[in-house]
Design a protein around this ligand. Structure first.
Ligand code: NDP
Length: 255
């Protein structure tokens, strides 16, 4: 395990939603490398991912099947997750979906689904986590995965529901940061630009080429390039940092 100094997460337990793959899996590995024990939640069984993390980083890791849109399941899984190591300290609130569709063609059910996963799910998990912390007299750190799409309008694809949900995550983050400041619970978000995961890998190639041409870095990001920001926000090094939205986008939103 690397020596992370003030960024060390040794002795802390981190819960990662959407931990089966993509950004969640990569960041879970980063948090484990910084010393944290890991709890993974996903719709898919992430037991193999947990086993890999435990073996590779010498930490405790366990997976739970949990749909973040189901508040009762979230409360139940939170209690079960806390039993694994006896504590919870960090939440990487990351599960999300990102459909592309013209606003005029989106059905009410499709709109609702995006809001359910990306915004309601983030709220259900954050509040269940904070309830557990306050019931146990503890502070903690929440890092929500928002998106640069919560700040700008992406082109050429149409994704009104996604953009609106992520704008909601950014302001929910700020609101909870203020509401929970006196409880010792810090709440921050990261807003990635285009990151090479399954979420965008299957998108039509002409769109992906258009995106890359608009990124000053000349390339999309890799999931592991988000680890440093999340480790920092999770660690005691960020003890005076809350309500911040860290944009990690290869300068996309600066143009
Ligand atoms: P992936 O699709 O690769 O991973 C998302 C994971 O979340 C999947 O394992 C998925 O499970 C899981 N998930 C989806 N719905 C639920 C649910 N209801 N309950 C629990 N788990 C669920 O996506 P990324 O890793 O790319 O995205 C992760 C986050 O990052 C999302 O919030 C996304 O919006 C955000 N983001 C991604 C960007 C990118 O360019 N990739 C850019 C900016 C933000 P399943 O496979 O079963 O659906």
């Amino acid at each position: 395990m690397a020596n992370y100094g003030i960024f060390s997460l040794k002795g802390k337990t981190a819960l990662v939603t959407g931990g089966y793959r993509g950004i969640g899996r990569a960041v879970a590995e980063g948090l484990a490398e910084a010393g944290a024990d890991i709890i993974l939640w996903d719709l898919l069984d992430a037991a193999e991912v947990a086993k890999h993390i435990a073996e590779k980083f010498g930490v405790r890791a366990q997976a739970f099947l949990c749909d973040v849109t189901d508040p009762e399941a979230v409360e139940r899984c939170m209690a079960q997750s806390a039993e694994v190591t006896g504590t919870l300290d960090i939440l990487f609130n990351n599960a999300g979906i990102g459909p592309h569709k013209d606003a005029l063609e989106v059905t009410p059910q499709e709109w609702q689904k995006v809001m359910d996963v990306n915004l309601n799910g983030v709220f259900f998990v954050a509040t269940a986590f904070a309830r557990w912390l306050t019931a146990h007299g503890k502070g903690g750190s929440v890092i929500n995965t928002a998106s640069m799409s919560g700040l700008i309008v992406n082109v050429p694809q149409q994704q009104a529901s996604y953009n609106a949900s992520k704008a909601g995550v950014i302001h929910l983050t700020k609101t909870l940061a203020v509401e929970w400041a006196s409880k010792g619970i810090r709440v921050n978000s990261i807003s990635p630009g285009y990151i090479q995961t399954d979420l965008i890998r299957e998108v039509r190639s002409d769109w992906r080429e258009a995106w890359t041409s608009m990124i000053p870095f000349g390339r999309m990001g890799r999931p592991e390039e988000l680890c440093g920001a999340v480790i920092y926000l999770a660690s005691d090094a960020a003890s005076y940092t809350s309500g911040c939205n860290m944009v990690i986008d290869g300068c996309y939103t600066l143009l």
